[in-house]
Design a protein around this ligand. Structure first.
Ligand SMILES: [Zn+2]
Length: 181
């Protein structure tokens, strides 16, 4: 399931990416460009804008009801039946590329020494080259994901562990969220 997300749904876009979905989001974009991208790449358009929804005649569109991003995320997962596809931290939240596992021996010169010593698994984004690792944010993030996913996380736990357990320090979504939630 690939998405293009309307400008007013930035947090929803970010969290869909954290959960592993292919998401294109611009903080500013013309309606016609969003529609054209949805059409060209076969993406489902998520929007809270009735006018945009009406204009989306030849692309698939899903109207988001709530103003609250957690409810929005729940709505998308529930109504589009995506619970089984949730795979946290499998995608770069900056450039949307799928992360690739990086063997430990290849990481040594790419991260700070304490990271190399403490982290247990690493991955790299083939898009922007950022290295991700299991870090101290992991537990916070995990808790937040469980909280967002509500009664469903039991299902999530049964799945195999995601390849990547946490984003690197620089791009920890938690850090970006302070003051905006
Ligand atoms: Zn990237």
């Amino acid at each position: 399931m690939k998405f293009v997300v309307d400008c007013m749904l930035g947090k929803l876009a970010k969290w869909l990416k954290i959960l592993g979905f292919d998401v294109v989001y611009f903080s500013r974009a013309e309606d016609k460009d969003l529609l054209s991208l949805a059409r060209k790449e076969g993406r489902l358009l998520l929007t809270r804008d009735h006018r945009l929804q009406d204009r989306a005649r030849d692309v698939r569109v899903h109207f988001i009801a709530s103003e609250n991003w957690k409810d929005q995320l729940g709505q998308v997962l529930e109504e589009l039946n995506l619970w089984g596809l949730v795979n946290p931290y499998s995608r770069c939240i900056d450039c949307n590329a799928e992360l690739k596992n990086l063997p430990r021996r290849k990481v040594k010169n790419l991260v700070a020494p304490f990271v190399y010593e403490q982290a247990t698994s690493f991955a790299i984004c083939p898009g922007c080259g950022r290295v991700f690792w299991q870090g101290t944010h992991f537990e916070d993030m995990e808790r937040k994901i469980q909280e967002i996913l509500g009664p469903k996380p039991r299902k999530l736990r049964k799945r195999k562990r995601p390849k990547i357990n946490g984003p690197g320090k620089n791009i920890c979504p938690e850090a970006n969220e302070k003051g905006s939630s």
